[in-house]
Every structure is written in structure tokens, then in C-alpha cells.
Ligand binder design. Structure first.
Ligand SMILES: NC(=O)C1=CN([C@@H]2O[C@H](COP(=O)(O)OP(=O)(O)OC[C@H]3O[C@@H](n4cnc5c(N)ncnc54)[C@H](O)[C@@H]3O)[C@@H](O)[C@H]2O)C=CC1
Ligand SMILES: O=C(O)CCC(=O)C(=O)O
Length: 425
């Protein structure tokens, strides 16, 4: 099956953006969305592609490709992370920026959606090479990002250090200190307490909320987490803190399963020391694909897109899927989960904790007044639970999945902003 990719250069085999649009269309049909509004919302506002020439440590020159997609500005400045990965394409970045639009709206933040990336493999680059690439990336975007234009943040393979380089480069170009140009910064330069943990914390908040509704006692509940970076490792730790038993973890090197329970703190320490889980002995090693089929109460995909597909969905044995990653489930798999009675908390709700605390960081930077971590965490919990409640109520009322209800809530909020501004007139 091939899917047209509006706003991008071509037609791809089931593109990531194509999957994303399929989800949007299901909700748009239930909202009876006006065709003109639908056309606006299925086209990115701006897609920027640029070259990043840089010098390797050995003196040779290479050129990488950088992207920033500013999908929609109806509710405020574009907002979303920057990904450094060999698989980054315009199609993927467009889908990720599209999802940011709905994510910010569904948790009611005054932001539009954006996302960026560089097609590169950071594992083959030194830290000074990565710094040169990051600074060049920021310099290329200096006119189009900013606290009131577009506010990047970390995503796969980028960290507070990358955000510090971007903030510093942007501030040098503007000849003044501009902390609000990025979020997810180190605390020393205007970062927010709790941002590093926020996405994983948010995953556990909505998961535990839904587990209570499903009658799954957290004490001893079995959890499988794919991806052991910022989102997956922190989510795993929060599940353990709540009394759950994490029985499977994985990263790019493979999966590690222990039905007696993984020592998550030990695994985090191991991954920090060895820069991956490679060689980890706290569980039986298996493939990432096989781990997704291990029976568990809650499955948390927290790595990349399209890991739950029509190929494996029928073999997934869980009660609840909580999407830490963006776009881990294809529409076909999602339909199968709904038919099989597996609840799915969709990415735009489940991983919205990160951008919520990014919003708090942006507010704190503008105020120049920084909150205590307990205040950040409490406001995060309140915002996620309240907005997940709105989604759950709509899902019940309309008989939809949480995903369709989440898109309906988000689309409705974006459309109200569009109409108030009159930009479609
Ligand atoms: N960092 C954040 O605040 C947010 C991240 N996300 C999403 O969460 C997901 C993970 O992001 P981060 O944890 O920030 O990235 P990260 O770079 O910190 O970690 C990514 C993890 O996924 C693993 N991984 C990569 N390819 C894999 C594969 N094929 N199979 C299994 N594991 C694989 C890596 O080894 C690593 O453990 C992404 O989809 C990202 O877009 C969503 C919301 C916010
Ligand atoms: O914190 C942010 O601004 C965005 C994080 C992100 O990229 C995401 O939610 O996918």
C-alpha cells in the first residue's frame, strides 16, 4: 500500500507522515471537519532543509542534512525536539512536527508544533564533532527559531548539552542572553528542575492512572519497556518506584528479560557506564521484536516509530500499551489492539510530560524565576491527569479509542484558535 504525503516531495510506502495523517483522518471524520480547515491542518506551514558542512577531527570535510519543520502556529510558537539519527528524513520530521501540534493542544499548552533533525549517526562522531554540527544547525536556523517563533528541545540522541550549545550559538548571534530559545537546557543556564525526568514521569503518571481504572494493582504488575534512553529508563524507574515489576528492557543493542524483575537502577548505572546495555547480564538477551511479545500487564514502546505493526500486533500479550515513543503503533496494529481489547494511551498524551515541563521551563525563563522541583512535578501531574480525563470522557461519550478522542480534543482546540485568528479566511 502506498500513501500520499501531503506537503512533502513524494509518495512513499506507508510513510510515517502517512500513518500520522490516517489517525488524523479518523478523528476529523467524527468532527465533520470543514474540508478547507482539513486541508490547512494536513499541510505543514514550513519545511526547512539545509546543509551542515563541518570539519571532522581529522581535518576532512563532510556535509550532513538538517531539517526543521514548523507544522502549525495557530496556538503559539512552534515547539518540539531535535533528533540526531541516521534514519532522519523530511517525512519523519514532518510527522513528528505534526504530532507535536496535537500533543501541545491535547495538554492545552500555548504552542504550535515543530520538530527538527540531522541525518547522522552520533555513535560515529566525537563530542567536538557533535558540537560543531549542533552549532551549525543552530546558526542556520537563527532567523526562524526564538522564544516567540519556534522553541526546540531534546529528542532522540540529543541532550541538555546540545540545548546549551544551541542557546549559546543563538545568543551569540543576537548579542544577548536568550535562554527561552530552547528548553531542556542544563539548570545552570535556565533549565527547569524536573525536565530531564518529565517525559518518563508523565508516562508513568498516565499509565498508573489507567491501571487503576483497569483494576491492575501496581504492586507486582509486570511492565516491559522498549528503549532505555531518557524516556524508557526514567519511565522504568518510576514504575519500580510505584511497586511494579519491570520484566523487560531494551535498547539498540537488544532486549534483556527477567521475569523475576530487572534491577532498573542497576541497569541505569550499567547503561551510563557503558553508553548502552550491551553486555548487560541482569536478564536473558533476546531480540527487540521478541521482547514486544513477552506477556505483561503494561507494554511501553519508548524507542522509535512503527515497532507495533500488522506483523506482530496479534502476538502482543498485554492489557495496556503506553506510547512513550512517538508513532510506535501503525494504524493497522492500532485497530487490531482495539478489537482485541488492549487499551492504548496514545503518544500525544502518554509522552506529553516532556513538552509540558518544557512549557514550564519557557515560562520560568520568561519570568526569570525558577520553581522548586516538587512544584514542577505537581503541576505536571495535574495537567496530564486533567487533560487525560477530558480525553477519557470523550472516548466514553463517543465510543472511540483514546487515540481518536485525543485527536478530536486536540483538533477542536487548534481549530478554535485558527478561527479566532481568522487565518483561514
Ligand atoms: N526526550 C523527550 O523528552 C521525549 C522523547 N519522546 C520520544 O521518545 C522516544 C525515545 O526518545 P528518548 O528517550 O529521548 O531518546 P534517547 O536517545 O534518550 O533514547 C533512545 C533509546 O532507544 C533505543 N533504541 C534506538 N533504536 C532502537 C531499536 N531499534 N530498538 C530498541 N531500542 C532502540 C536507544 O538505544 C536508546 O536506548 C522517541 O520516540 C522520542 O521522540 C517523546 C516525548 C519527549
Ligand atoms: O519538550 C519539547 O519541547 C518537545 C519534546 C518532544 O520532542 C516530544 O514531545 O516529542
Amino acid at each position: 500500500m502506498s500513501t500520499a504525503v501531503p506537503g512533502t516531495t513524494g509518495v512513499r510506502e506507508v510513510s510515517v507522515f502517512g500513518d500520522a495523517i490516517a489517525y488524523f483522518n479518523e478523528a476529523a471524520a467524527l468532527l465533520n471537519l470543514d474540508p478547507g480547515i482539513k486541508a490547512i491542518l494536513t499541510h505543514p506551514s514550513r519545511q526547512i532543509i539545509f546543509s551542515i558542512p563541518f570539519q571532522r577531527d581529522n581535518g576532512s570535510i563532510e556535509v550532513y542534512t538538517g531539517y526543521r519543520v514548523q507544522y502549525n502556529f495557530a496556538r503559539g510558537p512552534a515547539k518540539g525536539g531535535i533528533r540526531f539519527h541516521p534514519g532522519v528524513t523530511l517525512d519523519e520530521v514532518t510527522a513528528l512536527a505534526f504530532w507535536m501540534t496535537w500533543k501541545c493542544a491535547v495538554v492545552d499548552l500555548p504552542f504550535g508544533g515543530g520538530k527538527g533533525g540531522v541525518t547522522c549517526d552520533p555513535r560515529t562522531l566525537s563530542i567536538s564533532e557533535i558540537e560543531r554540527i549542533t552549532r551549525r544547525y543552530a546558526a542556520e536556523l537563527v532567523e526562524v527559531i526564538g522564544p516567540d517563533k519556534d522553541v526546540p528541545a531534546p529528542d532522540v540522541n540529543t541532550t541538555p548539552q546540545h540545548m546549551a550549545w544551541i542557546m549559546d550559538t543563538y545568543s551569540m548571534h543576537h548579542r544577548m542572553n536568550v535562554p527561552g530559545v530552547v528548553t531542556g537546557k542544563p539548570l545552570e543556564i535556565g533549565g527547569s528542575r524536573g525536565r530531564v525526568e518529565a517525559t518518563g514521569r508523565g508516562v508513568s503518571i498516565v499509565a498508573l492512572d489507567e491501571m487503576a481504572r483497569l483494576g491492575i494493582d501496581p504492586k507486582g504488575a509486570t511492565i516491559v519497556v522498549q528503549g532505555f534512553g531518557n524516556v524508557g529508563s526514567i519511565a522504568a524507574k518510576m514504575f519500580v518506584d510505584a511497586g511494579c515489576k519491570v520484566i523487560g528492557i531494551s535498547d539498540v543493542t537488544g532486549a534483556y528479560v527477567n521475569t523475576n524483575g530487572i534491577d532498573v537502577n542497576g541497569a541505569i548505572a550499567y547503561a551510563q557506564e557503558h553508553h548502552s546495555l550491551d553486555g548487560y547480564r541482569g536478564g536473558d538477551k533476546m531480540s527487540n521484536q521478541a521482547m514486544l511479545e513477552v506477556p505483561c500487564d503494561v507494554l511501553v514502546p519508548a524507542a522509535l516509530e512503527k515497532v507495533l505493526t500488522v506483523e506482530n500486533a496479534a502476538r502482543v500479550k498485554t492489557k495496556l500499551i503506553v506510547e512513550g515513543a512517538n508513532g510506535p503503533t501503525t494504524p493497522e496494529a492500532d485497530h487490531l489492539f482495539a478489537r482485541n481489547g488492549i487499551a492504548v494511551i496514545p503518544d500525544i498524551v502518554a509522552n506529553a510530560g516532556g513538552v509540558t515541563v518544557s512549557y514550564f521551563e519557557w515560562v520560568q525563563d520568561r519570568q526569570g524565576y525558577f520553581w522548586k522541583e516538587a512544584e514542577v512535578n505537581e503541576r505536571l501531574r495535574e495537567n496530564l491527569i486533567d487533560n487525560f480525563g477530558v480525553v477519557r470522557d470523550l472516548a466514553r461519550a463517543r465510543g472511540t479509542t483514546y487515540r481518536t478522542a485525543a485527536y478530536m480534543v486536540a483538533i477542536d482546540r487548534v481549530v478554535r484558535s485558527l478561527k479566532a485568528r481568522g487565518v483561514y479566511a
